[in-house]
Ligand binder design. Structure first.
Ligand code: COA
Length: 183
């Protein structure tokens, strides 16, 4: 495992999860607009703090995980992209799952797509994924569009980590290599 690095995209710096993002995480996870399509609904402060600690632990143990999306110009916190163990039934293992939340004030600017594309590539080049998955509530059309733009395709109906029905999209390493890592 190499040194933990920030990822740079044209507009964004994606920073490994850190104590400084705790209050932003409590705020986003408590926002009904952000959590509308998340199976859990809004999170309490206590639950958000538990998940914050888990995100820090995952980085320490795995060398990848949740990243803050921040703006290169000015450094504002815009949201997060997560990368963790995913549902693997039917996929080459290890399967990693990607997810994204953006601050409602920054929606509609392509922020989630730009951040998620960088983490998709990290999953295959740095984190050892054999496949990448993502799940969404079928009404979350923005997320389905992002998955399609990431090169992912529909793979089946599943139950998410909160027990809610969800649709899964996936990208195999072979499909990623063919589409994104060639000359
Ligand atoms: C989903 C979310 C991350 C999108 O963030 P964003 O930065 O606004 O997303 P982007 O701008 O990168 O892309 C959204 C895409 O959806 C499209 N879109 C937006 N509204 C749409 C609609 N009603 N129908 C179809 N497509 C729509 C956009 O046009 C864009 O695609 P395009 O670039 O091809 O035009 C943001 O809305 C969010 O944080 N939602 C709450 C958390 C959440 O649901 N996370 C995902 C859980 S699976």
């Amino acid at each position: 495992m190499g040194p933990v690095r920030e990822l740079l995209t044209p507009r964004l710096v994606l920073i490994p999860w850190d104590q400084r993002f705790k209050e932003d995480f409590v705020r986003l996870s408590g926002d009904e607009h952000v959590m509308k399509f998340i199976g859990s609904g809004v999170w309490s402060r206590d639950y958000a703090l538990q998940r914050h600690e888990l995100a820090l632990e995952q980085w320490a143990h795995r060398g990848f995980g949740m990243r803050a999306i921040t703006e290169r110009a000015g450094g504002a916190f815009l949201g997060l992209v997560s990368l963790g163990d995913g549902q693997s039934a039917g996929f080459a293992t290890p399967a990693l799952e990607i997810g994204w939340w953006v601050d409602p004030q920054a929606w509609g600017r392509g922020i989630a797509t730009e951040a998620a594309a960088a983490v998709r590539d990290e999953a295959f080049t740095q984190a050892g994924a054999s496949s990448l998955t993502a799940c969404f509530n079928s009404a979350n059309v923005q997320s389905e569009r992002i998955m399609a733009k990431l090169g992912m395709s529909f793979s089946g109906d599943v139950t998410d980590r909160y027990g809610q029905p969800a649709r899964m999209y996936a990208l195999t390493r072979a499909a990623w290599a063919a589409a994104f890592s060639g000359p």
